[in-house]
Design a protein around this ligand. Sequence first.
Ligand SMILES: NC(=O)C1=CN([C@@H]2O[C@H](COP(=O)(O)OP(=O)(O)OC[C@H]3O[C@@H](n4cnc5c(N)ncnc54)[C@H](OP(=O)(O)O)[C@@H]3O)[C@@H](O)[C@H]2O)C=CC1
Ligand SMILES: Nc1nc2c(ncn2[C@@H]2O[C@H](COP(=O)(O)O)[C@@H](O)[C@H]2O)c(=O)[nH]1
Length: 324
Amino acid sequence: MEAFDYDDIQLVPNKGIIKSRRDADTSIKFGNRTFKISVVPANMESVIDEKLAIWLAENGYYYVMHRFQPEKRIDFIKMMHEKGLFASISVGIKDSEYKFIDQLVKENVKPEYITIDVAHGHSIYVIKMIHYIKEKLPDSFLTAGNIATPEAVRELENEGADATKVGVGPGKACITKLKTGFGTGGWQLAALRMCSKVASKPLIADGGIRHNGDIAKSIRFGATMVMIGSMLAGHEESPGNIIKINGKTYKQYWGSASEVQKGAYRNVEGKQMLIPYRGSIKDTLREMQEDLQSSISYAGGKDLNSIKLVDYVIVKNTIMDGDY
Ligand SMILES: NC(=O)C1=CN([C@@H]2O[C@H](COP(=O)(O)OP(=O)(O)OC[C@H]3O[C@@H](n4cnc5c(N)ncnc54)[C@H](OP(=O)(O)O)[C@@H]3O)[C@@H](O)[C@H]2O)C=CC1
Ligand SMILES: Nc1nc2c(ncn2[C@@H]2O[C@H](COP(=O)(O)O)[C@@H](O)[C@H]2O)c(=O)[nH]1
């Protein structure tokens, strides 16, 4: 098996066919909806809150609300529906989550998208939850994760997941690879490639995106959606306060398995860090879309499909020489 990551790869340009990058179509269908760009902010409490979820849904972006205020989820779904917006929530796999699904059914509150969000998604308990959700809420589009192997993709798809999310340990706030020795940290792109070879349903690449070009690389290696945490944190709209240190401005970014998130130092696999303040997320998302339009142009096509067909070379980290 060949191990490589985002910085080890360059995509090879093809003859361009569009007059302007504005003519490149970055839209992507995921579930029954079409979104502006194949990027979704991570379902982390330091990345998304209700206000940002509303803005994203109103403006044609896919979003996944985090699951760390579980008692607010029903009202969140109702609120989104009252505004005529789609509802996209996360669930875990503990016993209380089965009661939550029952409550949704009882109150006839049906989210359009559900993401099962646990660290080790290739698990009999995730499969049990897939079965339960598909039985109780068959019309909700169900993503299951996170996973790292083709075996996991095949199994979760066969058990009923409508999409799977790939990435165990490549995140910026992640310490899983250090604490457990496991994961796709350092070879996330190769793991995505392996998973995409067997996937018959959409894949979300999750974690490890450090440059806008990594979005195109994820698409080349099989992603339909790309989940991004650290690069979409630190914005005006991001949860948390602005922090000033020595005249510089930051916001906090913390892992969902960090002590900060858990409120206790138990099974900690994440850390907290400061992210330089970046202004509005609207500008960052616009730039991601513009860069993806350029990628489509270099791919020699008009839409995201063209990126999937390009050649690539493995350059083993040399593309970053002089860039740091
Ligand atoms: N993408 C990634 O690489 C990672 C992401 N995360 C994120 O952190 C958050 C918390 O995740 P998670 O700890 O799964 O959520 P939960 O605390 O909800 O744990 C999930 C359930 O699975 C059990 N479990 C069994 N084995 C494992 C294992 N190896 N790792 C984790 N749980 C296990 C847990 O029990 P018990 O606690 O008793 O073991 C618990 O009942 C999520 O948002 C997740 O996405 C966390 C780590 C890695
Ligand atoms: N191992 C851990 N992974 C985590 C934790 N919190 C979130 N995550 C994962 O990271 C991505 C975001 O990655 P980034 O490189 O874009 O910052 C996120 O979607 C989760 O899958 C954690 O505490 N530990």
